[in-house]
Design a protein around this ligand. Sequence first.
Ligand code: GDP
Ligand code: MG
Length: 230
Amino acid sequence: MQETNKEQVWVVIAAYNEEKRIGNVISSILKNGYSHVVVVDDGSKDATAAVAENAGAEVLCHIMNRGQGASLKTGMDFAVRSGAKIVVTFDADGQHHAEEIPLLTMPIERGEVEACLGSRFLEKESNVSWHRKFLLKGGAVIIWMFYGIHLTDTHNGFRALKAEAVQKLQLCADRMEHASEILEQIAKQKIKYKEVPVTITYTDYSLQKGQRSTAALAILWNMIRSKILR
Ligand SMILES: Nc1nc2c(ncn2[C@@H]2O[C@H](COP(=O)(O)OP(=O)(O)O)[C@@H](O)[C@H]2O)c(=O)[nH]1
Ligand SMILES: [Mg+2]
């Protein structure tokens, strides 16, 4: 694989009550040569912030829980202000793989695109359940209908954005709706993007702690409703 300039990459992790996994996640990123790891601890009730700091991340804290969208915004803005050329968003629960970060950053470094979006439905195998797959496919159809961008995977938190693209994003959604909002902004701001195959690993931990399919359905419904009422 072609070498990338890892010094210019900031990896941003939004974390809520992830003391069990965040340490290993940070270690795997550092081991892969990325020294800029920013964790936004979102009012966790456990030791997420302390574990993240001990593992070598720079930790920003929200004093109360504001949601993954608000946390990523805090982290991405901080990264850009700190000199990041590329910002990678990465989950705290061990579902993403640090060795795949270059797959997302290389097309940006080569100047092909300003944003690279991870997809679990291209080439690589992810152990995603049929009902999650069904919802994600429904989400892809809605994103295509609403924003005119055709993606195979619309709610994948593993992505890379050029700093200039981060600055163009106007993000207001604090919670999980932010994933659709980022895509809406990519379309509106005409940010050049591509999808890249990545692996998302579902473990008992991530399934038990992660979003319920009903929550994903509620997000889809809210998107449709707000579009109709707009
Ligand atoms: N900052 C912050 N992060 C959150 C919150 N809820 C979930 N996350 C993080 O966002 C990532 C994805 O969340 P998760 O619930 O696993 O979503 P799923 O993988 O789509 O089921 C994980 O790294 C979580 O720690 C929250 O309220 N605030
Ligand atoms: Mg998860």
